[in-house]
Design a protein around this ligand. Sequence first.
Ligand code: NAP
Length: 286
Amino acid sequence: MKVGFIGLGQMGGAMARNLLKAGHEVSVWNRSADKAAPLTEAGARAASSPADAAQGEVVMTMLADDRAVEAVVWGEDGIAAAPALHVSHSTIGVALAERLAAESRAGGYVSAPVFGRPPAAEAGKLFVVAAGEDAAIDRAQPLFDAIGQRTFRVGERAPAANLVKLSGNFMIMAAVEAMAEAMTLAERGGVARAALLEILTETLFGAPVYRTYGELLVRDEFRPAGFPAPLGLKDMTLADAAATAYRVPMPLLGIVRDHLRGTIAAEGEDIDWSAMALALRRGAGM
Ligand code: NAP
């Protein structure tokens, strides 16, 4: 299929590569042009603008945040008037997804945020959460098969997929908060973090989120950041905006969002979001 890919960061670069591997004809565009080079060497075409990347059947975007998506869609040489179906994988707000769906033209729009960190993106093992018209998702399905291990469909209202993604990221943060507090308590009392994690993941807490993030917490593996804390803070802020719009109290969300703010202030922008464990340890005098 003739497909464009816009946003070649940690996630997007790996996703575009898997589209090429699956035999699709891929045009790539990135704000900083140097990130396109490894992909053009692997057989992609370098598009001259976002609009140029959106002349095929589908254009996929994987960008940092709402502002980046707005720039690529409605900015100079944006994809708004292009013929391709726009499939948005970025973690963006519910309100923006609503606007993208409402203002999409002939090509149509599908929200398709993903679960999985950069190693999962490289392995083509992402989980895709898709919402939009069935026929549009059907068209994009071969592309989802190239980047992911499974696609979940959550109906025709595009923002529903973004709500699932934001809810999921909130739950990851809540799990990290719980683990980091428990590990701090255990360590303070003389029990190694690794021992606590092994016992709990082999008994009651065998879920991937506890295993993946638990290992990061045990090894203090916060740099390089697989998921930078500023992106995590962005997601908690988007979840909060949705909670305000729907009038849903989320007290735990407020706690993890503030811990992320403090982590970025103390550790810098280039640290993984799970590093909020460091502040908890400091709080315990460790
Ligand atoms: P990243 O490596 O920081 O890449 C961000 C991309 O957005 C880059 O291509 C960047 O271009 C582009 N960008 C930023 N601002 C822009 C603007 N104003 N105009 C045009 N392009 C702009 O981030 P990532 O980790 O790939 O994450 C991408 C998205 O996936 C985010 O929404 C994130 O929340 C979500 N996500 C991430 C993970 C993860 O574990 N990393 C997992 C699931 C979902 P430049 O190269 O020019 O800066």
